[in-house]
Design a protein around this ligand. Structure first.
Ligand code: OKP
Ligand code: ZN
Length: 350
């Protein structure tokens, strides 16, 4: 299959992230994409394609305009406030810090710190000088992949960085800013697809993707992830979240415990594939996170190199046009092998 890749990702290069009470070197780093691209070349997975530019239109189909403007201006606002290190929020408008009953967003502080607290879900997602270039570039990568699949390619790999699945209609966090997979899914609908399925195999719940489509039945979202009673993002990803209104029954969460290895992972994946077959989508978008790997430094599942070949084979059995969108995975030196194993497992079974 072909891979879409842009150098723009390199512009998002955070110094530090806040994790477990410490400021440490950011796990979500440019080398992640470099090592995957090297492996794509080494294994001759297929041609590497440079993205077209799409501008803000596809982003605004999914994300709130105020949120997009905030991200565009955040680094300059941060500089203007006299700071120069990575921009991180540290205070949040939890219900007790707002007037009782006041709607989210009815008052957003003009200060950059207030705005970050409003739009961020965590303190672990730095904004840097090049973040805007990288996140708009990642959307271009996903959208170029979407166009290729919409015009008949069996499968395409969008090598997006930074990832997207924690980003919702008006919030960022979990290393994510724009939801690359959700933007691509919406673009498939806008191009005439009737139903799109999004399968999220990242170790973390795809909370942003779920939020964006939660009241809709034209996008089926399925996420396999570490149990939110144990793991980030903690507040969403429980099995009883099934959608609301028209979306009821079109959102499936399969939380799994720490220590999950392939046997029980595969059982959950087969359950996801059965739901996808029943839904009958025109196209499949896979949020491809590789942080389920046994040696991932921030995660606690136990998948092995070979399990990723099997994962690709299982996904190929859906027999659908498929767009793979890169998400997490932080065992950086193993990330190329694991990612390309999924893609070549898929290709061999397709
Ligand atoms: C992004 B993606 C856990 C801290 C977690 C955020 C993780 C974001 C993962 N102790 N910090 O889903 O791979
Ligand atoms: Zn993840």
């Amino acid at each position: 299959m072909r891979t879409v890749y842009s150098e723009d990702h390199r512009q998002h290069d955070a110094n530090m992230e806040l994790i477990e009470g410490k400021l440490v070197k950011a796990h979500e780093m440019p080398r992640r994409a470099d090592i995957v691209l090297d492996r794509v070349r080494h294994q001759k997975l297929g041609e590497i394609v440079t993205p077209q530019r799409f501008g803000l239109a596809p982003i605004l189909r999914v994300h709130d305009e105020g949120f997009v403007t905030f991200l565009r201006d955040a680094w300059n606002d941060w500089l203007k406030s006299g700071r120069d290190f990575d921009a991180l929020p540290h205070v949040w408008p939890v219900p007790g810090l707002t007037v009782p009953g006041r709607k989210r967003g009815s008052r957003i502080s003009k200060s950059i710190d207030g705005k970050m607290g409003h739009y961020a879900i965590d303190a672990g997602t730095p904004i840097t000088a090049g973040t805007w270039t990288a996140i708009t570039g990642a959307v271009d990568v996903a959208m170029t992949g979407q166009k290729l699949v919409a015009s008949g390619e069996r499968a395409v790999f969008a090598l997006c960085r930074p990832p997207g699945h924690h980003a919702g209609s008006d919030f960022y966090g979990g290393y994510c800013f724009f939801n690359n997979a959700a933007i691509a899914a919406q673009a498939f609908l806008d191009a005439g697809a009737k139903r799109v399925a999004i399968l999220d195999v990242d170790y973390h719940h795809g909370n942003g993707t779920q939020e964006i489509f939660y009241s809709r039945d034209d996008v089926l979202t399925i996420s396999l992830h570490s149990d939110p009673d144990q793991e980030f993002p903690y507040y969403l990803g429980y099995a009883d979240e099934i959608g609301q209104g028209a979306g009821e029954g079109y959102h499936l969460n399969l939380p799994l415990p720490w220590g999950t290895a392939w046997a029980s992972y595969e059982a959950a994946l087969q359950q996801a594939m059965a739901r996808i077959r029943q839904y009958g989508p025109d196209v499949l978008v896979v949020s491809l996170g590789l942080d389920t790997f046994e040696h991932d430094p921030i995660s606690r599942f136990k998948l092995t190199h070979d399990d990723y070949l099997r994962m690709g084979e299982v996904i190929a059995k859906a027999d659908l046009p498929t767009l793979f969108v890169f998400e997490g995975g932080y065992a950086v030196e193993a990330l190329g092998v694991n990612t390309v194993n999924v893609l070549s497992g898929f290709d061999q079974a397709a």
